[in-house]
Design a protein around this ligand. Structure first.
Ligand code: GLN
Length: 530
């Protein structure tokens, strides 16, 4: 079949949850092979070198690609594994065009934004569709209409619709419908003006999704329809919800599924029974636990979104509400607060990803607290490294043990830099990235969770437990339950006599999906319930 395209573009404001809306639209299209593409306007090749506080979590794919966090939503909603190529940035596109120019691909021509850059964007859309043999390509345009850096992507999308026609491509506009408290009713003017901007760019949306506090009223729908040249049925509600996973269900109730299928001449959809069940569990849990996440990017919770979602997924399967307590480890370090105060009554502790030395001692203190008080602990990547430092210092008695990342001059670097990392100068895309196999020791807790002698998880790190210290750690009771590369690199550790003290060098949260939870998170939530 001719590939169908759905473009999702935003207006009025960013931060409306376009990634969630895109994922929810895609979730409705089951029965078809759907490939999501995200276009970002920035000049970085990828977000890997950006501070998570600025851009949110850097999501890592199986193929090692560092991509926009929206790919996390796509994978969690669709249960697929995305590819680096599907995240187009202005940086990636322009680099291709400039490289082509140097090769002589445009000999004799003046190379221009239009048509050369827009053609490159269109050709990438088509190339991905062909390569993936996709039935439907869903393209999310980052930012909002009017952002200068996004205009070439809008123009390319406009042209593509001219090329393949309205039976094969539709535009969905996600807009904001505010409800100012003083006025007490929904206001549609921002949406109308957003659509005017889209029209200036030559784009008439086929469907408008109104992001609002409450469901759109009949009157709002009528107004939007009248002033934005569409039918009332083509205006869809996207209200505040208890859980983002409910959005596909709401969209279906609003008729969005039928609408898209009739516009693009697609078959009927299947039902979403298991999904609906899990959403009901999230909304009506019968148990409750509190988890402390001890990190240093607390200013923007988006930097840990995959971890919080992984907890939601496992919670849904165990009928449990997982309450989060955010512990800023720099505050513990600076003695602005105490461990006892921050971790009082907590059922479990997670030390997540981290970079640099700030906050590290606070994390080590939280891990010591978990270990000594038999509180379930899950260490992720940096969390594993800090658990090893804590164990070396307080159990093995190597008082000055540290990580090279915290103290480059330490005499006892229990965490050191990977040998293959030492020569690398470039910072972009050069960590140990993507999916690697770990061999798991029989009889360990990790083995019990994965129910296998091997595990494939994604990675993003430069540092590693120093092989010179493996023996002393093991002699003192730390079990290295999983390794890679013939036993050289530590992938999983555990303390057998502890209720649940597990850590991994990988990022299991990146592979957790609502319908298919991560074994480590599932085991963790279960242990916290005991
Ligand atoms: N900073 C550590 C490293 O590079 C840990 C990275 C992480 O937590 N993802 O190895």
């Amino acid at each position: 079949m001719q590939t169908k395209y759905i473009v999702i573009c935003g207006s009025v404001l960013s931060g409306l949850g376009k990634g969630i809306a895109t994922s929810s639209v895609a979730r409705l299209l089951d029965g078809y092979k759907v490939v999501p593409i995200k276009c970002d306007g920035y000049l970085n090749i990828d977000p890997g070198t950006m501070n998570p506080i600025e851009h949110g979590e850097v999501f890592v794919l199986d193929d090692g690609g560092e991509v926009d966090m929206d790919f996390g939503h796509y994978e969690r909603f669709l249960g697929i594994n995305c590819k680096f190529e599907w995240n187009l940035t202005s940086g990636k596109i322009l680099k291709r065009v400039i490289d082509n120019e140097r090769k002589g691909d445009y000999l004799g021509k003046t190379v221009q934004m239009i048509p050369h850059v827009t053609d490159e964007i269109k050709s990438m859309f088509k190339k991905i569709a062909e390569k993936e043999k996709s039935d439907i390509v869903i393209i999310e345009l980052g930012g909002t209409i009017g952002d200068i850096e996004m205009m070439l992507f809008y123009e390319a999308a406009r042209q593509l619709r001219m090329d393949i026609g309205s039976k094969n491509m539709i535009f969905i506009n996600l807009s904001f419908v505010p409800e100012p408290e003083k006025v007490g009713e929904q206001k549609t003017k921002p949406t109308q003006q957003g659509v005017q901007r889209l029209l200036e760019a030559g784009i008439q949306p086929d469907i408008i999704i109104g992001r609002s506090k409450n469901k759109l009223t009949n009157k709002s729908k009528e107004k939007i329809a009248l002033f934005c040249n569409i039918n009332k049925e083509e205006v869809i509600s996207n209200p505040n919800l208890d859980t983002v996973y409910e959005l596909p269900i709401i969209f279906k109730k609003e008729g969005l599924d039928k609408l898209i299928r009739s516009k693009l001449r697609l078959k009927e959809s299947k039902n979403m029974k298991k999904w609906v069940e899990l959403v009901n569990n999230i909304k009506n849990p019968n148990k409750e636990i509190s988890i402390a996440i001890c990190g240093k990017y607390m200013g923007l919770k988006d930097s840990y979104v995959s971890i919080t979602e992984a907890l939601v997924h496992s919670g849904a399967h165990l009928n449990t509400k997982v309450n989060l307590r955010w512990v800023e480890t720099t505050d513990i370090e600076d003695k602005k607060t105490t461990l006892e105060k921050e971790l009082y009554g907590i059922n479990g502790i997670i030390v997540p990803v981290g970079f640099g030395s700030r906050g590290a001692e606070g994390k080590i203190a939280c891990i010591e607290y978990a270990r000594k008080n038999n509180i379930p602990f899950l260490g992720i990547c940096y969390g594993l490294q800090m658990a090893v430092v804590e164990f070396a210092r307080n159990v093995c008695g190597i008082k000055d043990a540290s990580s090279i990342e915290i103290n480059p001059k330490t005499k006892n670097p229990v965490v050191c830099i990977l040998p293959e990392q030492q020569r690398i100068k470039n910072k972009g895309g050069t960590m140990r990235l993507g999916s690697y196999k770990a061999d798991i020791k029989k009889g360990t807790k990790i083995y019990g969770l994965y129910k296998s002698h091997e595990a494939f998880e994604r990675h993003r790190h430069r540092y590693e437990v120093n092989p010179k210290f493996h023996k002393v750690l093991e002699d003192n009771g730390l079990v290295i339950s999983g390794t890679s590369q013939n036993g050289k690199l530590v992938e999983f550790i555990e303390i057998p006599e502890h209720k649940y003290f597990l850590a991994t060098q990988s990022h299991p949260e990146l592979k957790s999906r609502l319908e298919n939870t991560s074994p480590l998170f599932y085991g963790f939530v279960k242990a916290c319930l005991k």
